[in-house]
Design a protein around this ligand. Structure first.
Ligand code: NAD
Length: 249
C-alpha cells in the first residue's frame, strides 16, 4: 500500500529544487499532484520531465500568481473540480535574500514577504474550506532553520520564515476542530539552486558547522513532507520539524 494512495496534493514551487523532489516523492507514493510554478512554461516543463519518468503519474501543471489571492483561489478550486478533493497543500515556493540592511530596497523586502508569507496565507485560505467540507487535510509549510535563529544579512528571509512558523502554530490551533493539520518542515542548508547561488565563502562555513557533516538533500526534505502528508502523522499538528543535520548557526 502506497502512503498517499488516493490523495490529491498541491505543491507550490514544484518546478525545481526541494519542491520538485516533493512532487516526485508524492507521485511515487500514489498521490495525484498539482505542481505550481511561477510561469506556466516552467511548470509544464517540470511536469513533462516527471511524465517521462513514469507516464502513469497523474500531474497537473499550474501557475497561479501566488501574490494574488483571487488567482490562488481560482487555480486551487480548479484542482478540486478536476480531482474532487484536496488532501494536502505544500506551501513551498520561496525566495531568499542576502542584502544588508543599509542597502535593502524596501520594494524587495515587500516582494519577498509577498511570496514567502502572504502566499502561504492565501493558499491556506483557499484550501481550508474545501478540506473542512471533506472532513480534513494536511497543510505543510516550508520554513527554514534561520526562522529559529535569524541570519546576519538578508533580514527579510528569516523574518518571513518566523512568520511562516507563526502561521503554522496559529492555524494548527484554529483549524484542528475541522480535522485540518498544519505543520512546517524546517530545512537546514539543502543542496538546490538557492544554495548554488551563494558564494563559497558562505557555503563552506555553513557545511563545517553541521554536526551530521553534510548538506541536506531535497530527498531529505521530501521524506519529511511525505510523513506529514500521510496518515502516519494523523495525530501530529502544530509542529516545526527541523530537517537540518542538527545545524545550529
Ligand atoms: P529553488 O530556488 O530551487 O526553488 C524555488 C521554487 O519557488 C521554484 O520552484 C520557483 O519556481 C518557486 N518560485 C520562486 N519565485 C516564485 C514566484 N514569484 N511565484 C511562484 N513561485 C516562485 O529553492 P529551494 O531551495 O528548492 O527552496 C524551496 C523552499 O525551501 C523555499 O521556501 C526556501 O525558502 C526553503 N528553504 C531552502 C533551503 C535551502 O538550503 N535550499 C533551506 C531552508 C529553506
Amino acid at each position: 500500500m502506497k502512503l498517499l494512495e488516493g490523495k490529491v496534493a498541491i505543491i507550490t514551487g514544484g518546478t525545481r529544487g526541494i519542491g520538485f523532489e516533493i512532487v516526485r516523492t508524492f507521485l511515487e507514493n500514489g498521490a495525484k499532484v498539482a505542481l505550481c510554478g511561477s510561469r506556466q512554461e516552467t511548470a509544464d516543463k517540470a511536469a513533462a520531465k516527471l511524465r517521462e519518468e513514469n507516464p502513469e503519474w497523474e500531474i497537473e501543471a499550474i501557475a497561479p500568481d501566488l501574490s494574488d489571492p483571487a488567482s490562488v483561489k481560482e487555480a486551487f478550486t480548479a484542482v478540486k473540480d478536476k480531482w474532487g478533493r484536496i488532501d494536502v497543500l505544500g506551501n513551498n515556493a520561496g525566495i531568499s535574500a542576502r542584502d544588508s540592511l543599509y542597502e535593502y530596497d524596501p520594494e524587495d523586502f515587500k516582494r519577498l514577504m509577498d511570496l514567502n508569507v502572504n502566499s502561504v496565507f492565501y493558499g491556506i485560505q483557499a484550501v481550508a474550506p474545501i478540506m473542512k467540507e471533506q472532513g480534513g487535510g494536511s497543510i505543510i509549510n516550508t520554513s527554514s532553520m534561520v526562522g529559529r535563529y535569524g541570519q546576519p544579512r538578508g533580514c527579510a528571509y528569516p523574518t518571513s520564515k518566523f512568520a511562516v512558523n507563526g502561521l503554522t502554530l496559529s492555524l494548527a490551533r484554529e483549524l484542528a476542530p475541522d480535522g485540518i493539520r498544519v505543520n512546517a518542515v524546517s530545512p537546514g542548508v539543502t543542496h538546490t539552486d538557492m544554495v548554488d547561488n551563494l558564494p563559497e565563502s558562505v557555503i563552506q562555513p555553513l557545511i563545517a558547522s553541521i554536526p551530521l557533516g553534510r548538506m541536506g538533500t531535497p530527498k531529505d526534505i521530501a521524506n519529511a513532507y511525505l510523513f506529514l502528508a500521510s496518515d502516519m502523522s494523523s495525530y501530529i499538528s502544530g509542529q516545526i520539524l527541523g530537517v537540518d543535520g542538527l545545524s545550529r548557526p
